[in-house]
Design a protein around this ligand. Structure first.
Ligand code: AMP
Length: 223
């Protein structure tokens, strides 16, 4: 099962990927943004070469992203995967189909996380993440159950993303409108796009995603 979580920055894709993984144990989560941030944290030469672009909210080239995805897809033995933040350009989407085709796979469902831009700004300005596992929190709406301890992994180190600033967000939203929105039409034409109202609470969004997967025969009742 290949799922794509599609939506603007701050629309809840990462949070929902973590939630869905809890329900479907075979699922793995590939976030190209997380992979790139790991490179930056490890201070590799590659990480250093992309840091300024990520911090400014600009895109990394299609070639680099596609190489990253090709490598990680090859390594996965179980191909039940949520792609989060990929594909993000029409080129990436077309190349992704070719890549999946080689393995007799296809994109099953693309969840289109629909949310108002004002809400995105509110969410992103209060967002922080667990440095160890990437679980996403919000200073008002989504705090860990125990103060300063990650619900997912017990980690105690939290960071704010360097690109969660007003200026970087403006760039990210502009690029999203110009380069990423055409990907939505691409998947709509293929009949795999499912709109999700991402303004609802995280629990309701999770339930809607599960319901869609059950109706598509991709998830069992009770899972
Ligand atoms: P995200 O965590 O998905 O918001 O991604 C953070 C940043 O990583 C983006 O603002 C881009 O700079 C870069 N990035 C992540 N995924 C992609 C992609 N598919 N194509 C180009 N750049 C990406």
């Amino acid at each position: 099962m290949i799922l794509v979580f599609f939506g603007a920055p701050g629309s809840g894709k990462g949070t929902q990927a973590h939630e869905l993984k809890k329900a479907i144990k075979t699922l793995s989560h590939i976030s190209t943004g997380d992979l790139l941030r790991q490179e930056i944290t490890s201070d590799s030469a590659f990480g250093r070469s992309i840091k300024y672009k990520i911090d400014a909210g600009e895109f990394i080239t299609d070639d680099i992203i596609l190489q990253l995805v090709t490598d990680i897809l090859r390594k996965k033995s179980k191909k039940d995967i949520i792609f989060d933040g990929f594909p993000r350009t029409l080129n990436q989407a077309i190349a992704f189909d070719a890549l999946l085709g080689v393995e007799n796979l296809k994109v099953d469902v693309v969840f289109d996380f629909d949310i108002d831009v004002h809400e995105l700004i509110e969410r992103i300005s209060g967002r922080y993440v667990c440095q160890d596992c990437g679980a996403v929190y919000h200073k008002k709406n989504r705090k860990p159950r125990i103060d300063s301890v990650c619900d997912q992994c017990g980690g105690t180190r939290f960071i704010r993303r360097q690109d969660d600033t007003a200026q970087a967000l403006e760039t990210r939203l502009k690029i999203y409108r110009e380069q990423t929105l055409p990907v939505r039409d691409y998947y709509k034409d293929k009949g795999v796009l499912k709109k999700i109202n991402a303004s609802q609470t995280a629990a309701i969004v999770t339930e809607n995603i599960k319901e869609t997967l059950r109706s598509a025969g991709l998830m069992k009742e009770g899972e």
